[in-house]
Design a protein around this ligand. Structure first.
Ligand code: AMP
Length: 283
């Protein structure tokens, strides 16, 4: 694996690969890699000539400074895991390489209603920060394929919109990969490392709630489903940001079940100080 820290050097290297008509797959991450991340890398390797993984804990996307400070960093382990996965290139930039000056703070991206619902509502500024970093990464890496996890459902929609805002929808194809889970169903997340044993056991309630919605969607009202799952979560000591059942394409909340409509259930909740999110396609 080749390690790049400088954006210009990586960009030049990938330009060379493009000249040789090699196809590039890109997996952006914030590190503390787990099997979920590695599944994206594997998929990229199987579909491209070269795979680039980036690790950058992006300060611009943390609306909570404490969450940023406590974000796990396991760089040596990550490098080992990437080497073993067969990933060709790791981009590990220092912050000044991504944000050489303060001008990024004045950028705005028009992502429409995604800015003010669900994650957008509960983490003000978060998606603007995601767009700031990903727009830079896409310019540096210029991939053919971008691999993202369905675990961050709304983020996938935001980044599809970003690709369109950049006028790059013909060049860059978004590939959304399934959520990898722990044996009990808890979605893998770098933040799980911050849970103690008891919290980890309780955290399975998110998956149980999503399954409950999926299994009862045709029998109960959406209102009752939301109330019942909120109770399941609260009983397991979660503080809920949202439990939502939404149209899978627009993310607009749905209030009655319609079997012809594709819908997704989404949950965000705090276990202690750790904020977890997850979602499931219901039909
Ligand atoms: P992160 O490092 O959390 O920013 O995640 C980097 C990428 O990995 C994002 O596209 C995530 O959606 C994806 N990802 C995170 N957790 C999982 C998971 N459990 N399964 C599949 N992909 C994931």
């Amino acid at each position: 694996m080749i390690l790049f820290k400088r954006a210009s050097e990586l960009h030049r290297y990938i330009e060379e690969q493009h000249k040789n008509e090699l196809q590039a797959g890109f997996v952006p991450t914030m590190g503390a890699l787990h099997a979920g991340h590695l599944s994206l890398i594997e998929r990229s390797i199987s579909e491209n000539d070269i795979t680039i993984c980036s690790i950058f804990v992006n300060p611009a996307q943390f609306n909570d400074p404490d969450d940023f400070k406590k974000y796990p960093v396991t760089t040596e382990k990550d490098i080992d895991a990437l080497e073993r996965s067969g990933c060709g290139i790791l981009f590990l930039p220092p912050a000044e390489e991504i944000y050489p000056d303060e001008t990024y703070k004045t950028e705005t991206y028009n992502i429409g209603h995604l800015e003010t619902i669900l994650e957008g509502k509960f983490r003000p500024g978060h998606f603007q920060g995601v767009c700031m970093v990903v727009s830079r990464l896409l310019k540096i890496v210029s991939p053919d394929n971008l691999y993202l996890g369905q675990k961050d459902y709304q983020q996938c929609m935001v980044l599809q919109k970003l690709i369109e805002l950049m006028g790059a929808e013909k060049r860059i194809k978004l590939k959304i990969c399934p959520t990898l889970r722990e044996p009990g169903g808890l979605a893998m997340s770098s933040r799980n490392m911050r849970l103690d044993q008891k919290e980890r056991e309780n955290a399975i309630a998110i998956y149980d709630s999503l399954m409950y919605i999926k299994n009862h969607i045709s029998q109960k009202t959406i209102r009752d489903l939301k109330a019942e799952t909120s109770e399941i979560l609260t009983n397991k000591k979660f503080h809920i940001d949202y439990v939502e059942i939404a149209d899978a394409i627009s993310l607009e909340p749905v209030d009655t079940w319609d079997e012809k409509r594709k819908i997704v259930a989404l949950i965000a909740a705090f276990m202690g100080k750790v904020r977890l999110i997850d979602n499931m396609m219901i039909q």
